[in-house]
Design a binder for this molecule. Structure first.
Ligand code: NCD
Length: 315
């Protein structure tokens, strides 16, 4: 591991893919590759974060992202504390900024934050002295998800540049879609979004993506089919007629997958709604990268934490 180039990010925090250069993204992916190897060994520990305190501050429920950040921090030697804030002070009326100031007084080195409001993580980052990692803010960004998706694609396809990636489903409510569009475009992929009009954000055309309103057209020749969860908890009205109809038109099953390239691979950030946006047979097929995405998640988060720690005082 010591041969890794000691590159640093230009900022103190990782708040989004927006603002990262192609070379910063590639350096993170290269470093993550080394952690993939480490994580497959019996001895998985490093000491880069020894003595550091990492707090995972989650204002929104999460299983895989929170546990992934916890494992990543612990493998690098940090003391990791999990706080699910939805169930504590916020319920007693404390504001986001007060929570930030309280935690800051305990001298954490890294805060990993998930919040239901877009922009909340950036606001919090301005109030604390430590480095902040965005673990998902509203429908805005989820940078480590996009990084782990890119790593998964690169390991399976050997490249990202020139690939056609179709991001399908609830684009409107998806921070995963937004971060992936930014990252994949920066690395030279052709990005499509495929969704019913009601699940496309206004102004999506300005993102530099190709927009499709049917799976038949949008999957044609795609190298990667990335499915998104139908985020019903974020919907304040009726966006789809019924789950059955949604699955019929936009759910990925074997018949629709045949429209994509012969060697197309399937991804999903999880948690999956089987039978809503993806058929079980496809999710569990050899063309599915869904489990590998989870593995890459730990490696990518180790790469992010390791890189940010290089800029901490006394590093
Ligand atoms: C995603 C999220 O929370 O943004 N999931 C995740 O990070 N594992 C996607 C989703 O919730 O659908």
């Amino acid at each position: 591991m010591s041969s890794a180039p000691a590159f640093t990010l230009s900022g103190r925090d990782l708040l989004g893919i927006e603002g990262l250069t192609a070379s910063e993204i590639l350096s993170l992916l290269d470093l993550a590759e080394e952690f993939v190897e480490l994580n497959r060994q019996i001895e998985k520990k490093r000491s880069t974060l020894r003595g550091r305190t990492q707090i995972n501050l989650f204002f929104e429920a999460s299983t895989r992202t929170q546990s992934s950040f916890e494992i990543a921090g612990k493998r690098l030697g940090a003391d990791v504390m999990n706080m699910s804030v939805g169930s504590s002070s916020v319920k007693k009326g404390e504001t986001l900024v007060d929570t930030a100031i309280t935690l800051n007084a305990m001298h954490p080195d890294i805060l990993v934050v998930r919040h239901h409001a877009s922009g909340a993580v950036a606001l919090l980052a301005r109030k604390v002295d430590c480095c902040v990692v965005n673990a998902g803010d509203g429908a805005h960004e989820h940078p480590t998800q996009a990084l782990l998706d890119a790593l998964t694609i690169r390991r399976n396809k050997g490249r990202i540049e020139g690939l056609t990636v179709a991001i399908c489903g609830d684009v409107l409510h998806s921070r995963v879609a937004r971060s992936n569009i930014l990252l994949l475009s920066t690395l030279g992929a052709r990005v499509r979004v495929v969704a019913p009009s009601t699940l496309l954000p206004a102004g999506i055309d300005q993102f530099g993506v190709e927009v499709y309103r049917s799976m038949e057209a949008g999957l044609e020749g795609a190298d990667i089919v990335m499915m998104l969860r139908l985020q019903r908890e974020r919907m304040s009205g009726s966006f789809v007629p019924s789950v059955r109809e949604y699955f019929h038109y936009f759910g990925l099953d074997e018949a629709k997958l045949r429209i994509a390239a012969k060697d197309a691979l399937v991804m999903h950030p999880g948690p999956m709604n089987r039978g809503v946006e993806i058929d079980s047979a496809v999710a569990d097929s050899p063309r599915s990268l869904i489990r590998e995405q989870v593995e890459m998640g730990v490696a990518v988060r180790m790469a992010v934490l390791d890189t940010l720690a290089r800029k901490l005082p006394n590093a």
